[in-house]
Write a protein that binds this ligand. Structure first.
Ligand SMILES: Cc1ncc(COP(=O)(O)O)c(C=O)c1O
Length: 378
């Protein structure tokens, strides 16, 4: 028997997840010494100084297990958002919560999961891995959400409807009131999962976030990550706010120590480090200017809403150099479309190039450093 025959037939078809390259991989692959990472929307300021101090102090304790369910961390997150702690689950990144939601709610061979296309790849991957049908509604040409079309895919066997708000990769966002209307239209079984990985950067956050409206609907799950604003991508920490019955179920099946001791300590410190959060939000905000009229010359579509990645179709983009920057596969979901995002204002200045493009998601870069393209990765 071939070793591969021991693997489930559908699983054999899976392609590995292709993350943005790390700095080390870029350095090795392209022989660069100066790299500005534009991919993955990691925090442009790095890690919080308070987090670093706490991690150094905690180093001595790593021989211990964390407390199962991370109650102190869950209580800290719940208090920060005015949520009942019994409704919050901490995960090894919000990826873990997404994975658990599919496994806990959708019966393979009977139920389905609904999402837009393109969407965050983990919704697709975990749904497929569970052997659950995934139904996808293409985004509108300007990346808008067509909720009427989305709800036409929903039936009495829909377990989850995923909406990323603001969206990844487009940055398109809808006010939370629209999501409440969507939640109320869903059939009894379906849960609306609002993935707010980028809501910390929506302006004003309160208008876009469902967390402030938690409790208005009993069929909504809200996801948050600590990989962006909180600068903890490498430690893996995310949260789900959900109805208490679901949180209770998730905790019964979740691996008990998936949020490790250092992630727990770092998460609590990150919640406390308000100056760092403000500085991160501010840095990102300053990098998110009004759309630059010159973007039109590059023929990059602009969606004038919060949290926007500059994006465009290089096949149609004007300048040859812009086309040269687009290498296939750099954003799988948007196929040939570009999605650069930059870093701090200092880096913007360093990299001020010939062209500026529309707003960047989370404001990471309004400038496109074409003159120094060797330093670019995404
Ligand atoms: C839309 C969306 N959801 C979830 C995540 C995953 O976040 P985490 O790092 O907490 O697993 C990301 C990460 O980029 C994302 O873009």
């Amino acid at each position: 028997m071939q070793p591969s025959e021991r693997v489930r037939e559908d699983v054999r078809e899976f392609a590995p997840y292709v993350p943005g390259l790390s700095m080390d991989e870029i350095r090795e692959r392209y022989g660069l010494n100066r790299i500005i990472k534009l991919a993955s929307n990691e925090n442009p300021l790095g890690a919080s100084p308070l987090v670093k101090r706490v991690l150094a102090r905690k180093a001595d304790t790593v021989f211990r297990y964390p407390r199962s369910g991370n109650p102190a961390l869950v209580a800290g997150f719940a208090a920060a958002h005015g949520l009942p702690a019994a409704c919050v689950v901490a995960g090894n990144g919000s990826d873990e919560i997404i994975d658990l939601l599919v496994r806990v709610t959708a019966q393979p061979g009977r139920d389905n999961v609904v999402a837009f296309s393109p969407c965050f790849s983990i919704y697709v991957q975990q749904t497929r891995l569970c052997g659950v049908e995934l139904r996808q509604q293409p985004l509108g040409p300007d990346f808008r959400f067509d909720f009427s079309a989305l709800t036409r895919l929903v039936d009495e066997h829909t377990a989850l409807v995923f909406v990323t708000n603001p969206d990844n990769p487009s940055g398109y966002a809808v006010p939370a009131d629209e999501l409440i209307r969507l939640a109320r239209e869903l059939p009894e079984k379906a849960l609306l999962v609002v993935d707010e990985a980028y809501a910390d950067f929506a302006e004003p956050e309160a208008a876009y976030s469902m967390l402030a409206r938690f409790g208005q609907c009993d069929n909504v799950v809200v996801l948050r990550t600590f990989s962006k604003l909180y600068g903890l991508a490498g430690l893996r920490l995310g949260f789900g706010a959900m109805p208490e019955w679901l949180a209770d179920t998730m905790l019964r099946v979740k691996l008990p120590f998936s949020v490790n001791l250092l992630a727990e300590a770092a998460g609590l410190a990150a919640l406390e480090d308000k100056p760092f959060l403000e500085a991160s939000r501010d840095t990102v905000g300053r990098g998110t200017p009004a759309p630059d009229p010159r973007a039109g010359r590059l023929r990059l579509p602009g969606v004038p809403l919060p949290g926007q990645f500059p994006h465009g179709d290089p096949a149609q983009a004007g300048p040859r150099r812009l086309r040269g920057l687009a290498r296939p596969g750099h954003h799988r979901a948007l196929a040939q479309k570009l999605r650069p995002a930059g870093q701090t204002a200092d880096q913007h200045r360093q990299r001020r190039g010939k062209y500026r493009v529309a707003r960047s998601h989370a404001g990471y870069s309004p400038s496109w450093p074409l003159s120094r393209r060797r330093a670019i990765c995404w």
